[in-house]
Design a protein around this ligand. Structure first.
Ligand code: AMP
Length: 183
């Protein structure tokens, strides 16, 4: 289920790196170039869901904002529904909220309280996992609503920051496509 080195290299080459954005010392992994490449976008979506092709997935939960783009494509692919997890104050209906840790300080994210039903099988999606604070918050929110978090999938892993391991320690299977060193 691991990618061939050739495919991993192709996908990696499709991602643009912007040094010192949004602040000095951060290497920003910009997936918009991958999304703009028809072949790379399709391959990445296919590879992310490959372990769950043919299994029953009720909902894909995408984290604002890049998780919406990838999550929408994955939901279509798996014939699943889509659930947006958003920054606080953006959703129109009654929502549940959780605080999560950022590099400096905390923020809050929300989901509609009726977006997932108890026992539904959900895959969480975002473009990249770094410290895992964002994804950890989303997993907690989904579990709070009774969802079964079947997996969390990301195009990019920054393994040195430990986020994927943090999710595995919460018993969430994690799938990522390419890894970059550092922050
Ligand atoms: P974290 O909560 O630390 O795992 O951060 C993950 C979130 O921050 C994701 O939604 C990413 O889009 C964004 N992010 C963090 N670090 C980077 C980076 N180096 N390049 C691009 N996006 C990043």
């Amino acid at each position: 289920m691991t990618l061939t080195p050739a495919l991993e290299n192709d996908l990696k080459a499709a991602i643009r790196t912007i040094p010192d954005y949004p602040k000095p010392g951060i290497m920003f992994r910009d997936i918009t170039t991958l999304l703009g490449n028809p072949r790379a976008f399709r391959r990445a979506v296919d590879e992310l869901v490959q372990p769950w092709a043919g299994s029953k997935i009720d909902k894909i939960a995408g984290i604002e904002a890049r998780g919406f783009i990838i999550g929408g494509a994955i939901a279509h692919q798996l014939s699943a529904g889509f659930v947006p997890i958003r920054k606080k104050g953006k959703l129109p209906h009654k929502s549940v909220r959780i605080a999560y840790s950022l590099e400096y300080g905390i923020d809050e994210m929300e989901m509609h309280e009726d977006a997932v039903a108890k026992g539904e099988r959900v895959i969480l999606v975002d473009d990249l996992i770094a410290t895992g604070g964002t994804a950890e918050g989303a997993v907690k929110l989904l579990r709070q609503m009774g969802a079964e978090v079947v997996a969390a999938v990301f195009m990019v892993d920054l393994p040195e920051l430990g986020g994927a391991q943090k999710l595995r320690d919460m018993n969430v299977p994690v799938r990522t496509l390419v890894a970059f060193e550092g922050h």
